[in-house]
Design a binder for this molecule. Structure first.
Ligand code: PBG
Length: 333
């Protein structure tokens, strides 16, 4: 025996790893369906369902079909949907369709709320699905996204969504001061229970590509990017400042986006602020994993669950993920 005559550490970490019962006893983090938010893409009209080529397994569907999806989410214990519209008619330079009370999102909200009152509904606060240029706000002649002018429209959008039944408004536009302005407007209008999940640390990431295909904004955006308002992927300290501002202005929850390449940001934010913190496992992360699954290069179930658990370990209270229903189904087994 190699170690017979010398001291060997009394602590052997493998002792606790040896048996399933002890591994379960010492497990620090668990993923449950309660941690999942399911992003859905909704189309105008009826009886429509389209695959999103760069997001295998994800569809864009009209409201009648979305009702089945919502019902499944509810049955699986997924607490909330995040609704993203595919706007085919009515795009303009000012994003006016964003606050049309008869528009796609308000219509979907009213119907879903009536059918499934206990299912949480989140809507996105930004103008990119509604603008011809694909930017999240109002632009000037040079293409610069104007802060205050954009906030004015976001306020109208927030009020319109709250009126139609949105439980959680998620500004994803990254304008300065929008959380405070939206909060104030919601309070004044009596929407005191409408929560704000601020996309606080949202990076100017190339991982959003497939999403822009899904909502049909990539062609509009063209070669332009969003780096004059979304954060530089090189920065961490700036994320702290962003979150501090949003909390000060009244955000109930904060988000870091994208997810897996930014786990360090999640941990820093959670440790610093100790508030409800969410991660968005974005379209490009989903596409990347799915591509590997389809090639048989990665084990689908195991890698999906490991990728989601990693967010919990990093400090996230919940995850927006296109895997939400698949993961919840697996958790139920
Ligand atoms: C729009 C918005 C985007 C995403 C969520 N809301 C795209 C963007 O900022 O260009 C990305 C989500 C994903 O990639 O899954 N403001």
């Amino acid at each position: 025996m190699i170690f017979a005559n010398r001291f060997f550490p009394a602590t052997r970490l493998r002792r606790m790893r040896k048996d399933d019962f002890s591994r379960r006893l010492m497990r620090e983090n668990v993923l449950t369906a309660n941690d999942l938010i399911y992003p859905v893409f909704v189309l105008e009209g009826a009886n429509r369902e389209e695959a999103v080529a760069s997001m295998p397994g994800v569809v864009r569907q009209s409201l009648d079909k979305l009702l089945y999806t919502a019902e499944q989410a509810l049955e699986l214990g997924v607490p909330m949907l995040s609704i993203f519209p595919v706007i085919e008619t009515g795009k303009d330079n000012a994003g006016a369709e964003a606050y049309n009370p008869e528009g796609l999102v308000p219509t979907v909200l009213r119907e879903l709320k009536a059918r499934f009152p206990e299912l949480g509904l989140m809507t996105d606060g930004a103008l990119d699905p509604y603008t011809i240029h694909g930017q999240d706000g109002i632009i000037d002649e040079a293409g610069y996204v104007l802060n205050e002018e954009t906030i004015e429209v976001l306020i109208k959008q927030a009020l319109c969504h709250a009126e139609a039944g949105s439980d959680v408004f998620g500004p994803s536009d990254m304008m300065d001061g929008r959380i405070g302005a939206i909060r104030e407007a919601l309070e004044e209008a009596g929407h005191i229970h409408t929560k704000i999940l601020a996309y606080s640390a949202k990076y100017a990431s190339a991982f959003y590509g497939p999403f822009r295909d899904a909502v049909g904004s990539s062609a509009n955006l063209g070669k332009a990017d969003k780096s004059t308002y979304q954060m530089d992927p090189a920065n961490l300290e700036e994320a702290i400042q962003e979150v501090a501002m949003d909390l000060e202005e009244g955000a109930d929850m904060v988000m870091i986006k994208p997810g897996m390449p930014y786990l360090d940001v999640i941990r820093r934010i959670k440790d610093t602020f100790r508030v409800p913190t969410y991660a968005y496992q974005v379209s490009g992360e989903y596409a990347m994993l799915k591509a590997a699954f389809q090639n048989g290069w990665l084990n689908e179930e195991k890698c999906m669950m490991e990728s989601l658990l990693a967010f919990k370990r990093a400090g996230a209270d919940g995850i927006l993920t296109y895997f939400a229903l698949d993961a919840a189904r697996l958790l139920k087994r």
